[in-house]
Write a protein that binds this ligand. Sequence first.
Ligand code: DX5
Ligand code: ZN
Length: 225
Amino acid sequence: MPTDRMLIAPSLLSADFSRLREDIARVEGGGADWMHVDVMDGHFVPNLTMGPFIVRAIHRAATTPLDVHLMIDDPATYAEEFAAAGASVLCYHVECREGGPETALKINSLGVRAGIAVRPDTPITAVKEHLPHVSMVLVMSVMPGFSGQSFMPEVLEKTRALREEYGFTGDVQMDGGVGPETIADCAAAGANVFVAGSAVFKADDPALAIADLRSRAEAARPIRR
Ligand code: DX5
Ligand code: ZN
């Protein structure tokens, strides 16, 4: 495993953008490890969110690394702008128009960590040729586009395959419907980075929600020989 700690990455898609600085401070104060930023272009997914301009503003307000999830067709074309905006990790989708391994090389050349994301309806074999060039795989557990959807347990097989069949030792992140009911299964399958939108921002106490998620993940950590 790449890290001793289970990492919690609240998805800002569920934050209140009229008071973004306070929401970021609240989850960072509550122990969040990374800020997960969902970029959508209205082409790759049927929703539009934010571009480099907003990512830059998030970077100014945040003290933790920005984990930028690019749900766009042209991640290589825009990589430089997102790197300049302050991204620490840039994750592109294997299914998108510029979804070849050369996109990872482009991202790495900018001094940013590259990650590869895979939709629930794409087999994990699709990411195999990317693995030597990325430090993270994002296994999506909902169809990308919206927060608040239900977790799809069938994708856990992909997380397991990454660890057990492919021997991938980088970060494995799960995104979509991750919450107190589902995080243990994700951790047991081998994930170590957990994106949570609704489970953190819709909670009465986001700090408590983060601590609870982390302890559930840590308790379910697989024992590997
Ligand atoms: C969906 C996004 C997710 C989403 C997670 O396309 O990639 O990051 O915001 O939200 P929840 O945790 O509510 O499913
Ligand atoms: Zn995401």
